[in-house]
Design a protein around this ligand. Structure first.
Ligand code: KG4
Ligand code: ZN
Length: 339
């Protein structure tokens, strides 16, 4: 079969990204323009600011992706773009740009689910990875346990009932004065702390579910900090960070391993921004190893939002003939598996 070259665009949150990907696995370019510095001033992503910055960045980012890939726009077989879930104004910038490009080049448009993109980052990193496997998707907005049954075929087995894992990291980081985005900062500070210093709660639903809840552990950290402040005791931030992190990765690890047992699967892939977390990678690898289960994760640049992962997901949709119409709209609450 002739190679399929996909130009992919991602703008669902605070990264404007464009990439050129061949056959869903080989990345020719992956340009990411991050707005983190701008949003840091506000302590989190400001949707209206994000949309405006995407408009400024999209054209140069796409041009750079084409240039770095050493191709021309005529060489591409399809334009893939994230159309949900995400911030509606942010999504619309990438989507309208992609539609204009697909129309003017007379190439197919492929709408991609952002979460599916995160999962597919593993196909880029691990060239031999094939379904079935369990994927733990842990990002700033989402926490899912997914049974990846085939390319583009998913079953969600567990999800968060309140905060996403990354959101909990960001909120706790803000509470202990580490700033935004909090995940990487908690990860780093935790290395200097004692993960057993404070026993924060692990949510337990008693109903056989694989769902998560992180608002309890977050509130418990906030209560702890308040109590310490009121009694004038010195707070050891590294211990708080390490103990909080341990509480989160404990439940992530336990639920993913339970999923493997229930579905008789022996491969776990992690995806999303929190998949960069060093303690999660280590604990999951060790615990899974005890059960003969292999753990895979993408390199950090493919964990965070990027267009290469959208190009990979777009390829698997293209080969299945899932082409989108030019009236495709942004879907801020798009579910995994829904089109
Ligand atoms: O996937 P992502 O880049 O964007 C979303 O789609 O949400 O994930 C961003 C999230 C943020 O909450 C950030 O704090 C978290 O991933 N994150 C981490 C680490 N690196 C990024 N959380 C824990 N440890 C890390 N090393
Ligand atoms: Zn994401």
């Amino acid at each position: 079969m002739k190679d399929k070259i996909i130009l992919a665009i991602e703008s669902s949150c605070d990264e404007t990204s464009a990439a050129v990907v061949v056959n869903g696995r080989k990345v020719l370019s992956n340009i990411i323009s991050s707005q983190i510095d701008i949003h840091t001033k506000f302590g989190g992503v400001v949707p209206e600011v994000a949309s405006r910055k995407h408009i400024e960045a999209i054209n140069p980012v796409v041009e750079e992706a084409i240039l770095e890939a050493g191709i021309t726009l005529d060489d591409i077989d399809a334009v893939a773009v994230t159309y949900g879930p995400g911030l509606v104004g942010a999504l619309l910038v990438g989507l309208q740009y992609a539609k204009g490009l697909a129309y003017s080049l007379n190439k197919p448009l492929i709408g991609v689910n952002h979460i599916e993109g995160h999962i597919c980052a593993n196909f880029i990193e691990h060239k031999d990875l094939k379904p079935p496997f369990v994927c733990l998707v842990v990002s700033g907005g989402h926490t899912f346990i997914v049974h990846v049954m085939d390319y583009g075929k998913f079953e969600v087995l567990g999800e968060t009932r309140d905060d996403a894992a990354g959101e909990a990291f960001d909120k706790v980081a803000r509470a202990i004065g580490l700033g935004y985005p909090g995940g990487p900062k908690i990860d780093k500070l935790s290395k200097e702390g004692n993960k057993n210093a404070i026993k924060f709660p692990r949510a337990n639903f008693h109903d056989n579910t694989l769902d998560f809840s992180f608002s309890g552990v977050k509130s418990s950290v906030l209560n702890y900090l308040n109590k310490m402040n009121m009694t004038g005791e010195i707070i050891n931030k590294a211990d708080v960070a390490a103990s909080f992190q341990e509480a989160v990765i404990d439940v992530l690890t336990e639920n993913v391993l339970t999923t493997c047992k229930r579905r008789n699967l022996d491969k776990i892939a992690i995806a999303g921004g929190v998949a960069s977390n060093s303690a999660l990678r280590e604990k999951l690898t060790v615990e899974a190893g005890k059960n003969g289960i292999k753990v895979l994760f993408p390199s950090p640049i493919l964990c965070t939002d990027n267009a290469a992962m959208i190009g990979s997901a777009g390829y698997f949709e293209l080969v299945k003939g899932n082409i989108s119409s030019l009236d495709l709209n942004a879907k801020p609450n798009l579910k995994l598996g829904e089109r």
